[in-house]
Design a protein around this ligand. Structure first.
Ligand code: EPS
Length: 374
């Protein structure tokens, strides 16, 4: 079983993770982990904090000569801004943030103690874990990408570009969007929101290419892969909704328009010409690309704050202002890739056995041969 925990406050000393269950024999390239951390920091609309930090991973345990040995892997990202004990108290909860419910729940009279851990800074830790899991998935030719399709009122028009081209265009866009015209409009929308002291949410798409058919299972509710993937992506700060393939559109369409017809070719085996299911049927991967959409609400810290109540004086006030992003949808896409990688790496280990990469590969090859001949 693959499991991990993260620890660390936004302005604490560091973000820490222990990742347990990665098989032995996997090469971990620190530069690749750092590249993922760097991708998470980018994006038009990010706040000043991202200019202060230079997120880099320190691998504290679990590797010998950059190769896993089956023991838990400890990963650390230092915070340059570790001012947690010097920062002023926060008393005016921000609507939309963990502030109020968190302070009541943990009986804290300074909201700072809530926001420090609720902050999306924690996602840097998850990105380090995701990068290790991406390395495991790459061993089996599984690739994960994301791109932004909506920011505020601007929707991208994504042509059928193919995976590689889509990724290369999106990675060059300041908002990680594969439609250059929409990309410009999104940047303008972010500037406009900034001018108004406001924030923006949006939608990002996650695409997984190369996952074999049969990850997850229909046999028990908690083994259904879409449930696991949805829970993972929903656990990202500010994500409010998930869909697969044609998603919510399926409600308006007839079955004949939704379900992906099945074909067979001696060389290719079973295949589909459409992928409305988003690569998942009956709680299992189908072997087609996994396609998910995630909705992110606008960041809760507004420079023109909404009405709130001071938790000490109970007087009507404006919500507190913290340093924050205007829009973090491009970064959330990178985090989405990471959490999907973690969930799929777990499902791969469950299916193919998890003590060593060599053992996993043998089982994987045998299974792939078996389904080819099915
Ligand atoms: C973030 C770091 C945070 C915020 C942001 C995400 O740093 P700071 O609070 O020092 O500016 O920029 O978090 C939020 C917007 C939030 O509401 O929690 C990061 O590293 O991603």
């Amino acid at each position: 079983m693959l499991r991990y925990l993260t620890s660390g406050e936004s302005h604490g000393k560091a973000l820490l993770t222990i990742l347990d269950g990665i098989p032995s024999g996997l090469r971990i390239d620190e530069a690749k982990v750092n590249r993922e951390l760097c991708r998470r920091m980018l994006g038009y609309g990010r706040g000043r904090r991202m200019r202060i930090e230079a997120d880099r991973v320190k691998v504290l345990s679990g590797l010998r000569k950059a190769v896993t040995i089956g023991s838990p892997i400890a990963l650390m990202v230092d915070n340059v801004d570790h001012s947690i004990d010097r920062l002023p108290a926060v008393l005016c909860p921000r609507p939309g943030h963990a502030d109020l419910a968190g302070a009541m729940k943990y009986d804290l009279n300074d909201i700072r103690s809530v926001l420090e851990r609720a902050s999306a800074r924690e996602t840097a830790a998850r990105v380090t874990v995701g990068a290790v899991c991406k390395a495991l998935l790459m061993e089996f030719g599984i690739e994960i990408a994301s791109h932004v399709v909506v920011i505020g009122g601007v929707e991208a028009e994504i042509k059928d570009l193919g995976f590689k081209r889509l990724v290369s265009i999106a990675e060059k866009s300041p908002v990680r969007c594969a439609d250059p015209a929409a990309s410009k409009l999104m940047c303008a929308e972010i500037e406009d929101a900034m001018g108004e002291g406001d924030t923006l949410g949006g939608v990002f798409e996650i695409i997984v290419r190369g996952a074999p058919a049969g990850l997850g299972s229909y046999t028990q509710y908690d083994r259904r892969i879409e449930g696991r993937l949805a829970a993972a992506v929903m656990s990202i700060q500010a994500v409010r909704g998930i869909s697969f393939g044609v998603g919510f559109e399926a409600a308006r369409l007839r079955g004949s328009m939704v379900h992906d017809e099945i074909f067979y070719d001696r060389k290719r085996g079973f295949y589909r010409t459409t992928n409305n299911a988003g690569g998942i049927e009956g709680g299992m991967t189908t072997g087609e690309a996994i396609v998910m959409h995630a909705v992110m609400k606008p960041i809760a810290t507004l420079m023109k704050p909404l009405s709130s109540v001071n938790i000490k004086t109970k007087k009507a006030v404006r919500a507190s202002i913290e340093r924050a992003d205007i829009c973090a949808v491009p970064a959330a896409g990178v985090v989405g890739e990471a959490v999907v990688a973690i969930e799929l790496a777990g499902a791969m280990i469950e299916k193919f056995g998890g003590d060593s990469i060599r053992e996993m590969r043998r089982n994987y090859d045998g299974y792939m041969e078996q389904i080819r001949k099915f």
